[in-house]
Design a protein around this ligand. Structure first.
Ligand code: AMP
Length: 137
C-alpha cells in the first residue's frame, strides 16, 4: 500500500494545524488553501476513496462535518461554503486517503471554482439507471 502524506499526519510524524480530533476523525487546515479557513476532515483509518471507507468512520465524519463547518464559518466570517470530496486522479484527487474539503466562499470570489456542465436526464434512461443503482444497494 502506498503511503500518503496523511499517513504521516495521522501518525503524528508530520505536524498539521489541527482544528478537531476524536477517536475516528481528524480535521486540520489545508496547507494550500483555496480560501481562508479551508479545512480537511479525514478518517483516522486509511481508505483511498470514499467507496472503500467503512461505515463506522463514514458515520463519524458525517456526525462532525456540520459542527466543523459551523466553526469554520464562525471563525472566518464566511457565510457560504462548499464541501468537496474527490475520488480518483481524474476527479482531481491528489492524496489517496479519503478527505472532505470544507471550503469557505467569500464575496471577493475566493473559494472553490466550479464547472457545472449540466445535461438533462430523460426517461427511460432515468428509470433504468435508478433501478440499476438501487438493485446494488
Ligand atoms: P485532493 O486534490 O482532494 O486530493 O486534495 C488534497 C489536499 O491536501 C490539497 O488541497 C492539498 O493542499 C492538501 N495537502 C497536501 N499536503 C498537505 C499537508 N501536509 N497539510 C495539509 N494539507 C495538505
Amino acid at each position: 500500500m502506498a503511503q500518503t502524506i496523511f499517513h504521516r499526519i495521522v501518525s503524528g510524524e508530520l505536524p498539521c494545524h489541527r482544528v478537531y480530533e476524536d477517536d475516528h476523525v481528524l480535521a486540520f487546515l489545508d496547507i494550500f488553501p483555496l480560501s481562508r479557513g479551508h479545512t480537511l476532515v479525514i478518517p483516522k483509518v486509511h481508505a483511498e476513496t470514499l467507496d472503500r471507507l467503512d461505515e463506522e468512520h463514514a458515520a463519524a465524519i458525517g456526525r462532525v462535518l456540520p459542527r466543523i463547518s459551523r466553526a469554520v464559518l464562525d471563525a472566518t466570517g464566511a457565510r457560504a461554503f462548499n464541501v468537496l470530496q474527490n475520488n480518483g486522479a481524474s476527479a482531481h484527487q491528489a492524496v489517496f486517503w479519503v478527505h472532505f474539503h470544507i471550503i469557505p466562499r467569500y464575496d471577493d470570489g475566493s473559494g472553490l471554482v466550479i464547472g457545472w456542465p449540466a445535461g438533462k436526464l430523460a426517461d427511460p434512461e432515468g428509470q433504468e439507471l435508478a433501478a440499476r443503482i438501487a438493485e446494488r444497494l
